[in-house]
Design a protein around this ligand. Structure first.
Ligand code: NAP
Ligand code: FER
Length: 341
C-alpha cells in the first residue's frame, strides 16, 4: 500500500460515488476527482485532512434504501469521519494549525462550518485515535456494553468482530467492567492470537474454522450472559443458542449481511429468548453521545493503566481509500482501518 500524498500545492482530490452497488461494491462505483474548494464564508474553516475513517456503515449509505443516515448522493463526494489541520479560519475558537475532527472525509481538503467541527488534543493522543478508540467506534463499544447489554461483574461475554475497531475495544472494556470471561470470534488465526495475546481476551476462535455454535459451546461450556453482535447471521443464532438465564444481546452491526442481495434468514431459535427471559436490542451510537465524556474519562484511565490497547491498520493516500473501504468489508484490517492522507 504505497504512499502518494498530494503536495499541498496540487489541486486537492475527493472520492465521489458514481453508482449504487448491488451486492459487493467495486472500484467502478467510485471516482477520484479534483475538488472545487470554495472561499470561506464567515464561521467557516478550511481543513487539510490528515486521516479519514472508512467504516462498514458507509456500505449502507451507498444504497438509496431509507435508513438512519441519508444515502450518499450520486456524483457527489462521500462523507465520513476525518481529522485534519485548520489551514484558514473565519471562525472564533479555531486557529490555523488546530487539529479538528469533523464529518467531511473522503477528500483531501474540506471547507465546513466550524460548528460541525471539534478541536481535538493531539498532545494527549495521536490524531487518528479520535477516529477509533477515542472516537465513534470506541464509544459504540462502551455504549453497547454499559447501556444496552448492561454488563455487570461476573458476566460471561461473547464478542464477534473481536479484532475490529468496535470489537477490540468492547472485549477490553468488558474485562475492565468486571466480566469474568470474554470470548471473541474473528476471521483468521492471526486475529485470534492478537485478541488473546495482546488484548487479553480469555478465549477466541476463528469463525472460518467450523460452526460458530460448536466453537462457542467449547469456549463457553456454561453459556454466555452477554453477546455483543457485530456480525449477525450464524453468529447471532449461535449466541442465542448459548444464552443463559437473563442474557442480553446488544445488536451493534450485521456485517455478514451488508452485501447480501436477498434478505438472510433470521435466527431459527428466537424462541429460546422465552425460556431464558433473554433480551435482544439494537442500538445506534448516535443516540448515546451523552456518554462521550464519561467514556473519555474511563478510556484515558484504562489506556494509562495498559488495560485498553488499540491497533490501527493504515492505508496511505486518497487514491487507496476505496481499497481501504473494501478491505474493511473483507476483513483486511486489525483494529481501526484508517486512511492517512
Ligand atoms: P471492523 O470490525 O473494524 O471491520 C469490519 C470487520 O468485519 C472486518 O475486519 C472483518 O473481520 C469482519 N467481517 C467481515 N465480513 C464478515 C463476516 N461475513 N462474518 C464475520 N465477520 C466479518 O468495523 P467496525 O467499525 O468496528 O464495525 C463493526 C460492526 O459494528 C459493524 O457491523 C458496524 O456496522 C457496526 N457498528 C455499529 C455502530 C452502531 O452505532 N450500531 C457503530 C459502529 C459500528 P474478520 O477478519 O474477523 O472477518
Ligand atoms: C456503523 C457506524 C455507525 C453503523 C452504525 C453507525 C450499523 C451509527 C451511526 C449513528 O448512530 O449515527 O458501522 O453500522
Amino acid at each position: 500500500m504505497s504512499a502518494t500524498t498530494a503536495s499541498p500545492t496540487a489541486a486537492p482530490r475527493e472520492v465521489r460515488l458514481v453508482s449504487r452497488p448491488v451486492g459487493w461494491p467495486t472500484a467502478a462505483d467510485f471516482e477520484l476527482v479534483e475538488s472545487a474548494v470554495p472561499e470561506l464564508a464567515d464561521g467557516q474553516v478550511r481543513v487539510r485532512n490528515v486521516a479519514m475513517s472508512v467504516d462498514p456503515y458507509m456500505r449502507g449509505r451507498m444504497s438509496d434504501a431509507k435508513s438512519y443516515a441519508a444515502p450518499y448522493e450520486l456524483g457527489e463526494a462521500m462523507q465520513g469521519g476525518a481529522v485534519g489541520v485548520v489551514e484558514e479560519s473565519r471562525a472564533d475558537g479555531f486557529a490555523v494549525g488546530d487539529h479538528v475532527l469533523h464529518g467531511l472525509g473522503w477528500r483531501e481538503v474540506a471547507v465546513l462550518d466550524a460548528s460541525a467541527a471539534r478541536v481535538v488534543d493531539t498532545s494527549a493522543a495521536p490524531a487518528t485515535a479520535y477516529l477509533g478508540v477515542l472516537g465513534m467506534t470506541g464509544l459504540t463499544a462502551y455504549a453497547g456494553l454499559t447501556r444496552v447489554a448492561a454488563v455487570k461483574p461476573g458476566d460471561v461475554v461473547f464478542i464477534s468482530g473481536a479484532a475490529g475497531a468496535v470489537g477490540s475495544v468492547a472485549g477490553q472494556v468488558a474485562k475492565a467492567l468486571g466480566a469474568s470471561r470474554v470470548i471473541g470470534s474473528a476471521g483468521s488465526a492471526e486475529k485470534v492470537a492478537h485478541v488473546i495475546d495482546d488484548l487479553g481476551f480469555d478465549a477466541a476462535f476463528s469463525y472460518k474454522d467450523g460452526p460458530v455454535s460448536r466453537q462457542l459451546r467449547e469456549a463457553a461450556p456454561d453459556g454466555i450472559d452477554v453477546y455483543f453482535d457485530n456480525v449477525g447471521g450464524e453468529h447471532l443464532e449461535a449466541a442465542i443458542g448459548s444464552l443463559r438465564q437473563g442474557g442480553r444481546i446488544a445488536v451493534c452491526g450485521a456485517i455478514s449481511v451488508y452485501n447480501d442481495t436477498e434478505p438472510a434468514p433470521g435466527p431459527r431459535n428466537l424462541s429460546r429468548l422465552i425460556q431464558t427471559r433473554g433480551r435482544i436490542e439494537g442500538f445506534l451510537v448516535g443516540d448515546h453521545w451523552d456518554l462521550a465524556r464519561e467514556y473519555a474519562g474511563h478510556a484515558a484511565q484504562w489506556i494509562a493503566e495498559g488495560r485498553l490497547q488499540s491497533r490501527e491498520t493504515f492505508v496511505d493516500g486518497i487514491d487507496h481509500a476505496v481499497d481501504a473501504f473494501l478491505g474493511v468489508l473483507r476483513g483486511d484490517n486489525t483494529g481501526k482501518m484508517v486512511v492517512r492522507l
